[in-house]
Each structure stands twice: as C-alpha cells, then as structure tokens.
Design a protein around this ligand. Sequence first.
Ligand SMILES: NC(=O)c1ccc[n+]([C@@H]2O[C@H](COP(=O)([O-])OP(=O)(O)OC[C@H]3O[C@@H](n4cnc5c(N)ncnc54)[C@H](OP(=O)(O)O)[C@@H]3O)[C@@H](O)[C@H]2O)c1
Length: 157
Amino acid sequence: MTQSKVWLVTGASKGLGLATVRHALALGFRVAATSRDAVRLKAEVGVADYVFLPLEVTLTDEASIALAVRQTKERFGSIDVLVNNAGYAVLGAMEEMSDADVRKNFDINVFGVMNMMRGVLPVMREQGRGHIINIASISGSLGMASTAIWRDRRTVN
Ligand SMILES: NC(=O)c1ccc[n+]([C@@H]2O[C@H](COP(=O)([O-])OP(=O)(O)OC[C@H]3O[C@@H](n4cnc5c(N)ncnc54)[C@H](OP(=O)(O)O)[C@@H]3O)[C@@H](O)[C@H]2O)c1
C-alpha cells in the first residue's frame, strides 16, 4: 500500500495552523506540526501517534528546526508539504512600534519562514519532490505603516 503524504505545519496550536492540521489528517495525510507548546498542541489535535507528531520548536533556532526535521523524517520517512503558518501581527501606529518590536516580528514572520525552508529543502531535494506553502508574511508590519498613514491623514484633514 502507498503511504500517505507527510505534511509539516508550523504554529499549529490554534487558528489557521490548527485547522490545517485537522483538515490534512481528515484527508488521510500524516502530519507533523510545530508549536511553542507541544503539550497544548497534542491536546488540541488529540489523534494517534502513528499519524500525528507534535513538535516543540523555536523558529528562531536552526538547531531546534533541524531536530524537528530529523524527527519527522525518522517517524514518517519523508516531508512532502511544508506549511509555514506561524506568525503574528503587531498592531499600532508606526511611531508606536519600537525597533525591537519590528525585529521580533520579522524574526518569526520572515526569518522563521526562511529557517524552516532551509531546514526542510534538503529533504525535499533528496526526495526530488515537495511543496512549500508560505502563509506568514510581513503584512503585519506593513499594515502598521498604513495604519500610521491613515491616522496621520485623519489628523491633518
Ligand atoms: N487571521 C488573519 O486575518 C491573517 C491575515 C494575514 C496573515 N495572517 C497570517 O496567517 C497565519 C495564521 O494566522 P491565524 O489568524 O491563524 O493566527 P493565530 O490564531 O494567532 O495563530 C498563529 C500561530 O502562529 C504561532 N505564533 C504566533 N506568534 C508566534 C511567535 N512569537 N513565535 C512562534 N510562533 C508564533 C502560534 O503558534 P504556537 O502558539 O502553536 O506556537 C499560533 O498558533 C499567521 O502567520 C498570520 O500572520 C493571518
């Protein structure tokens, strides 16, 4: 029997990430998923170990990602789909955001995505196949810029 494809989803303990995990499992795929809290993730998903692997991963730490990739490969034998979902927006006007706020946001939304791709791509290249879906974006920060402009215009007019 052909083994089902393997998905790896980041930021999966809630929201779109959790919904993606549940949907992929319901379609019969095997799923590895990352969270900052693997216990919560496991409780939220609540399915058998042979189809689901919860992983506690720090997206800013390449060693943590390498371990998660290795564990996924060992458990399921491949990684066919990577979904970079983890991310967040910081709300507020541009001048209310500190440099640290923005860098912290980019660490997850941008560099975290790149870290995951760097970790998973060697597996996909070796397999000769794979898909990467990037959901996280820098739009959180850009949104804040528009908010600032909109607020400024409202004040000026
Ligand atoms: N909802 C929207 O309208 C919208 C719009 C544009 C883009 N997006 C993007 O779509 C993705 C999913 O959104 P959502 O609405 O489902 O968001 P959500 O419910 O807040 O879930 C986001 C996930 O990202 C992870 N995450 C958040 N902050 C993190 C951090 N500092 N470090 C590591 N992981 C972190 C969390 O994973 P754990 O807690 O499991 O670690 C969480 O499960 C995000 O990347 C978001 O930026 C959403």
